[in-house]
Every structure is written in C-alpha cells, then in structure tokens.
Design a protein around this ligand. Structure first.
Ligand SMILES: C[S@@+](CC[C@H](N)C(=O)[O-])C[C@H]1O[C@@H](n2cnc3c(N)ncnc32)[C@H](O)[C@@H]1O
Length: 204
C-alpha cells in the first residue's frame, strides 16, 4: 500500500519525501521514539503514514495541508491503512494553523512551501519539546541553495528565502543544527540543552 502511494505520487507529480531522506528519518525516529509528531505538508499522506509507525503507544501525528483534493486522498489512504485514529489532518494554511497549536511535539517535519520555512521557524521552535528534533526538507533545493547551480527567475525567491532560513537557524543561539547533504538537503535542528538550563535558572 505504501509503495502504491509512492508510485501514485510520482505519476501525479506530487512531491513526497525522497527515499534517502526517508531512511534518515526512520533511523532518527527509531531512537527518538516520539509521542507527538507535527508535519507541515501532508500531500497524499505518505510520509505521515510512515512516521506513525514510529510513535510511542497512544501517540499521534498532526499534519497540516492546504490543498483540499490532497486532503481527500490522504484521508482515504489513512483510512485504508487503518491509521485515521493516529493521524489528524489539519486543513488550512500552515501560517494560520501554527499559531493556534498548543501541544508540544517531539518531532517536527517542515515540508511545506520552501519560501515560508523562515516564517514557520518561530512557531516550530515554540512547539518543539525539550528533547525534540525538527527537520526541514529540501533545503538544498537541487543544489541551488548551497551550490553553484544557476537559479532560474521562477525559483529565485524560494532559493533566497531558504538561504535566509538556513542562516537564521545557524545563527540562532537557542538551536543547534546540522545541514545534511541527504536527498534534497535536510536541516536538523535541536534545542540547545544549556539554553534550556539557563531559562530554568532564570525562572526560579
Ligand atoms: C512536499 S509536499 C509534502 C509531502 C509529504 N510530506 C510527503 O513526503 O509525503 C508539500 C505539501 O505542502 C502543501 N502546502 C503548500 N502550501 C501550503 C500551506 N501554505 N500550508 C499548508 N500546506 C501547504 C502542498 O499542497 C503539498 O501537498
């Protein structure tokens, strides 16, 4: 069923997580053992279905999608996989949904429109649990963000904003990050533990 979903996405030109990136995420989730997962960008529910296999008992995935047709497909897929109780699709624009979320998440997968990653960052930081991991996908964007590839006019805004996003994350004193040349580029982010200790000391 998952293989059929991947095949369908490929034929319908719907972008889903690349195999190499998926392998990395699976290894990460095996050690992280998340209870709550947040995803920005559901598409047809492929990645969320796989992520849900790594949840701790009773855990759940919240995934945000704006496209109504994709939501219908994702819901049907999750139903067929009997995952509808574990995966909650939140319909809407991520920029409007994120400020309303109140839970803390152990894993956040940012896989929506690339030019908005920078705007998602403060919300995702707030929503990330102390030991949680955030991952932004496609940050190298076919080599255009970090490499010498020529950037076409159409992609220029996304590339500039991805560069701004990476730079902001790398300069953020509360985050430790690593840019991985896996798939289309993964940016791994965690909260610095010493920052949290400082905050706790100040709170006392
Ligand atoms: C790369 S696809 C997600 C793939 C999915 N995570 C997977 O690997 O199976 C990105 C998705 O983000 C959705 N999207 C685009 N703009 C959005 C927005 N403003 N808010 C929420 N979702 C959005 C697109 O419709 C698309 O389905």
């Amino acid at each position: 069923m998952l293989e059929e979903m991947r095949q369908f996405a490929r034929e319908a030109w719907i972008p889903v997580i690349l195999d190499d990136s998926l392998e990395y995420v699976k290894t990460l989730l095996s050690s992280l053992k998340p209870f709550r997962i947040l995803e920005i960008g559901t598409a047809i529910g492929y990645s969320s279905a796989i992520f849900s296999e790594y949840l701790e008992d009773g855990g759940s995935v919240d995934t945000i999608e704006i496209d109504k047709q994709r939501i219908m497909l994702a819901r049907a897929n999750h139903k067929m996989l009997k995952l509808e109780d574990k995966i909650h699709i939140i319909e809407g624009d991520a920029l409007e949904v994120l400020p309303k979320l109140r839970e803390r998440y152990d894993f956040i997968f940012i896989d929506g429109p690339k030019s908005h990653y920078i705007e998602y960052l403060p919300y995702c930081k707030r929503l990330l649990s102390e030991k949680g991991v955030m991952l932004a996908d496609n940050v190298i964007y076919k080599g255009m963000v970090t490499g010498p590839e020529f950037v076409k006019h159409k992609q220029r805004t996304a590339v500039m904003r991805l560069r701004e996003f990476i730079d902001t994350v790398q300069k953020d004193e509360e985050l430790q990050s690593e840019l991985l040349d896996i798939g289309d580029g993964l940016l791994v982010m965690r909260k610095k533990q010493d920052t949290m200790n400082c905050v706790r000391t100040e709170e006392k």
